[in-house]
Design a protein around this ligand. Structure first.
Ligand code: NAD
Ligand code: UGA
Length: 477
């Protein structure tokens, strides 16, 4: 398209999920002159977004309730009427799910693009006039070509219900992290807009310019933008695998990974963030996006590059198995029939999200060894744990049958009662301040604390008479 920058008065976002909901709420909040409608096929989810009780929104994020409370019904709407919202929109965001394929070509690596294609086809069928289509989902590089092909086919389709629909496609990936989504959206390090239509790019930039300084709005071509999102997640995950590899080395050599992280992080070229050793990264995106990168590199014949990024995921998997193994080894080589308190199940603190949580693989390994797990997490529901572990809780325990069993504990005290060990797998604030002397009195001796998040004070734990393993801490042992 040529000419002046189109004014954006109405936005439709397809996908009222973790990204679509909060992102559109912040746009509506900061741009009172733009009407924003978030649509989804999932009627239950839309009903939850419309719930008068703001504590029952389908996504929990600090500050989200206040933002939604300010704009909902004013210029922010949640609806299942996808077609009408597309027809009314100057700009449509695609913010649908893109999970890893579970079967067929590229299973286990490639992104499943069925929801992206379906939403692009909806736009093709129902858009009116000139519509700017924005990829907000995280997508394989060159997906915009697919979206463009679907939209162009509609432009030439004489049977289409609309006339004169024209399109520009942009890439505008989202960099928010769970738990800090509103702060990340309100004060982003950068907003990235990729495209080949300068007017469309400036139209989207003008939306963000309501609250984001111009120098933080980056413009690139489509493919750089799509690839930058995968690359950002790959680099962040790579730092975690790097520090976890060094953590293991610290444990063998008497070094302490926190000290090493501080020493290298003060080098301004390296920087201090994302150097916290732990049980490996979890969450819905890091693994999915790196596997997608690996798949794409393979597709383009870049096998060494694919192997390099695959090693980031492999190290992460290894770290989780390593932790389960060292628990078994330290408990005299067997955990069959032993009660182990698992403290934390969420993939990180301040969320009830367990997608790809390290706790899942570690608990599964320990169940395989016949352990009786007592799992306590301040926010994760028992049904979720059941789904993740693929088994129901058992009240009676499995004893020496070797079968392995688990149950939920309502408190840390309940979890550790009679336990041979406590494993800290999520860095919840409460786990940093536990009364270890009192807890030790409830445990079967000799008892261990396995601190996979380096949150306990070693002196406090050891003076309570407990044995301690702390990730990356070679000073103890
Ligand atoms: P989600 O699963 O929470 O939400 C996606 C929503 O899209 C679902 O509610 C689904 O019903 C809806 N949907 C799918 N197809 C549809 C269609 N054709 N019409 C209408 N609705 C449809 O996913 P999410 O966590 O919001 O992630 C969305 C995208 O953003 C993914 O590509 C993800 O990788 C990326 N991303 C996620 C995060 C995060 O922290 N969750 C951060 C940055 C980027
Ligand atoms: C991550 C990125 O940080 C976001 O920028 C990105 O938009 C998002 O993925 C996405 O694309 O979905 P998120 O997964 O919500 O966000 O959470 P992070 O804070 O990045 O943590 C991911 C995992 O890494 C967690 O399991 C966390 O415990 C672990 N982690 C993080 C460490 O083990 N060490 C660290 O130093 C940092």
């Amino acid at each position: 398209m040529t000419g002046s920058v189109p004014a954006i008065r109405t936005i439709c976002c397809i996908g009222a999920g973790y990204v679509g909901g909060p992102t559109m709420a912040v746009i509506a909040d900061r741009c009172p002159g733009i009407q924003v409608t978030v649509v989804d096929l999932n009627a239950e989810r839309i009903a939850a977004w419309n719930d008068p009780d703001l504590s029952r929104l389908p996504v929990y994020e600090p500050g989200l309730d206040a933002v939604v409370g300010r704009c909902r019904g004013r210029n922010l709407f949640f609806s299942t009427e996808v077609e009408a919202a597309i027809a009314a929109a100057d700009m449509v965001f695609l913010s649908v799910n893109t999970p890893t394929k579970t079967k067929g070509l590229g299973a286990g690596q490639a992104s499943d693009l069925r929801w992206v294609e379906a939403s692009a086809r909806s736009v093709a069928a129902h858009a009116r006039g000139h519509t700017i289509v924005v990829e907000k989902s995280t997508l394989p590089v060159r997906t915009a070509a697919t979206v463009q092909a679907i939209l162009q086919a509609a432009q030439g389709d004489a049977t289409a219900t609309h006339d004169q629909a024209t399109f520009s496609v942009l890439s505008n990936p989202e960099f928010l992290a769970e738990g800090t989504a509103i702060a990340d959206l309100e004060q982003p390090d950068r907003v990235l807009i990729g495209g080949d239509d300068p007017q469309a790019i400036e139209a989207l930039a003008s939306v963000y310019a309501h609250w984001v300084p111009q120098e933080r709005i980056l413009r690139t071509n489509l493919w750089s933008s799509e690839l930058s999102k995968l690359t950002a997640n790959a680099f962040l995950a790579q730092r975690i695998s790097s520090i976890n590899s060094i953590a293991a080395f610290c444990e063998s050599t008497g070094a302490e990974v926190g000290e090493v992280a501080r020493a290298i992080g003060t080098d301004s070229r390296i920087g201090p963030k994302f150097l916290q050793a732990g049980p490996g990264f979890g969450g819905s995106c890091f693994q999915k996006d790196i596997l997608n990168l690996v798949y794409l590199c393979g597709h383009y014949g870049l096998h060494e590059v694919a192997a390099y990024w695959q090693s980031v995921v492999d190290l992460n998997t290894w770290q989780q198995h390593r932790i389960a193994r060292l628990v078994v080894n330290n408990l005299f080589g067997t955990v069959t029939g032993k009660r182990l308190a698992v403290l934390g199940f969420a993939f990180k603190a301040d969320t009830n999200d367990t997608r790809e949580a390290p706790a899942i693989r570690i608990c599964r390994d320990l169940l395989e060894e016949g352990a009786e797990l007592a799992i306590h997490d301040p926010k994760v529901a028992p049904e979720q744990i059941s789904r993740d572990l693929g088994s129901a809780p058992s009240a009676s325990g499995s004893g020496l049958t070797g079968e392995g069993s688990w149950q939920v504990a309502a408190s840390v005290e309940e979890a550790v009662r009679g336990a041979d060990a406590a494993l800290i797998l999520t860095e919840w604030q409460v786990f940093r301040e536990l009364p270890w002397a009192d807890l030790a009195a409830q445990m079967r001796q000799p008892a261990w604390v396995f601190d996979a998040r380096a949150v306990v004070d070693p002196e406090v734990v050891r003076s309570a008479g407990l044995r301690l393993w702390r990730v990356g801490d070679g000073r103890i042992g």
